[in-house]
Design a binder for this molecule. Structure first.
Ligand code: NAD
Length: 426
């Protein structure tokens, strides 16, 4: 995906991710050898595979799995289903996963994958064949101690259980029970964790609560706009409402709705489940994209796609704080402008890390064959995320830098310490 952020600048998403990395590496003076290693993914796997459609015809699909870094543990990251998926996008997303795990002290590396197609255009049986054939094509490139996929945009718990079952059936019978942890984000009955479905939204809540404590802001007085009302956005909406915030406007791929006095996040989630999108929700009024971006709110939560907040719309934003639930939703130029105007950006690698943290909990539960209660999951997630947010605030003070650079620095310092200890083979 190429972005035109200003007439003189064309930046791909991966280039953008690498620039962010170099900016933080420069501030903290990261060892140049580690800098060279971390600027590229270790492995880039591309698979082309045929799938039988319901009509009986075969169609060829292209899938990706990028393994950015595994210094701290197995490669870890979601599988994205979207027509926009390409090598550049998954490379950027895999890179961000490495920083996320390191920032949160989770013993995983970074990976990401995807298939370039629109899941909405396929029946359940076609989807199942696409997912199983993709998993088979990835073969031993994934594994419970090697590379562990999870849900992302366009994929879900059903996708994960198909992946697990396909992987298990390609494993020797005697070892089949020990490979449940090859994916996370599974349904509970098939080895999933309580709290995983809402984990990313839960982490967004903890991150904003942390910022509210830091800035003496009353969470329950906040007015909020959310872009995306899928897994992440709808959990953010419902959790924020439970804690007293007012959801004013929501946008997704079908359009946008607004209710200046607040809408019911729960009823909107039901409406989306029934109709496939937010438009025509009875509890609000349909509105334009401009109305959404310029809504009278304190908090803007981009929770859909990358590159949504650009120089073209950043000046419309009324919110004081952008809470990056999606990966890479704010372009560097837009962020610079927003910060210069006195706004705050809570960065993606911190804000949406709840998903990977609870994935780690799911993996631990699979290894020990012991389920945890929801309270245990939520409390441990809170501890991990508040710890990461605290370390970010300290690094921000020490280096006098942006919150994004500070989060990167915490992650990079951890990776640097481990490279120092292990050295570079051979
Ligand atoms: P999802 O597929 O469940 O939902 C995606 C949402 O984005 C939908 O509401 C869809 O309508 C909306 N959308 C799609 N195209 C859009 C467009 N052009 N304009 C406006 N809205 C559009 O996906 P998700 O799992 O909720 O992921 C959303 C974001 O959060 C992605 O950036 C993903 O990488 C990130 N994320 C997800 C997780 C997770 O655990 N699912 C974890 C970390 C980060």
């Amino acid at each position: 995906m190429t972005l035109v952020d200003s007439p003189e600048k064309q930046v791909s998403l991966h280039e953008q991710a690498v620039r962010q990395f170099h900016e933080a590496a420069e501030i903290m003076d990261l060892n140049p050898d580690y800098r060279a290693i971390l600027a590229h993914p270790k492995n880039e796997v591309i698979v082309n595979f045929p799938v039988r459609m319901d009509t009986g015809e075969y169609r060829s699909f292209r899938g990706y799995r990028i393994q950015h870094n595994n210094l701290l543990g197995p490669y870890k990251g979601g599988i994205r289903f979207s027509p926009h998926v390409d090598l550049d996008e998954v490379k950027a997303l895999a890179t961000w996963m490495t920083w996320k795990s390191a920032l949160c002290d989770v013993p995983f590396g970074g990976g990401k994958g995807g298939i370039a197609f629109d899941p909405r255009e396929h029946s359940q049986s076609e989807l199942e064949r696409i997912v199983r054939r993709f998993t088979h094509a990835l073969g031993s490139n994934i594994g419970p101690d090697h590379d562990i996929p999870a849900p992302d945009l366009g994929s879900n718990a059903q996708t994960m259980v198909w992946m697990m079952d396909t992987y298990a059936n390609s494993t020797a019978a005697a070892n089949r029970q020990s490979v449940k942890g090859v994916v996370t984000g599974k349904p509970i009955e098939s080895g999933g964790s309580l709290g995983r479905e809402k984990a990313t939204g839960q982490g967004v809540l903890f991150s904003l609560q942390h910022w509210c404590d830091e800035t003496n802001t009353d969470f329950s007085g906040l007015r909020v706009a959310i872009q995306g009302y899928g897994n992440v956005g709808s959990n953010v909406g419902r959790l924020f409402e439970v804690y007293g915030a007012t959801i004013v406007s929501v946008a997704d791929h079908t359009g946008a709705v607004i209710a200046p006095d607040g809408l019911s996040a729960f009823e909107l989630a039901d409406h989306v489940a029934e109709t496939g999108g937010v438009v025509d929700f009875a509890g609000a009024t349909n509105c334009s994209a401009d109305d959404f971006w310029s809504a009278d709110v304190d908090v803007l939560v981009p929770g859909a796609l990358e590159n949504q907040i650009t120089l073209a719309n950043v000046d419309q934003i009324q919110a004081r704080v952008i809470v990056e639930a999606a990966n890479g939703p704010t372009t560097p130029a837009a962020e610079e402008q927003f910060l210069a105007g006195g706004g705050e950006v809570l960065p993606d690698i911190l804000v949406n890390a709840g998903g990977v943290v609870v994935s780690y909990f799911e993996w631990l539960q699979n290894k020990s064959a012991q389920p945890w209660t929801l309270d245990v999951v939520d409390n441990k997630l809170r501890d991990v995320l508040l710890g990461a947010a605290d370390r970010t605030v300290v690094a921000k003070g020490n280096h006098g830098c942006s919150r994004r650079n500070a989060a990167y620095i915490v992650a990079l310092e951890k990776l640097e310490r481990v490279y120092d200890q292990r050295g570079i083979f051979p």
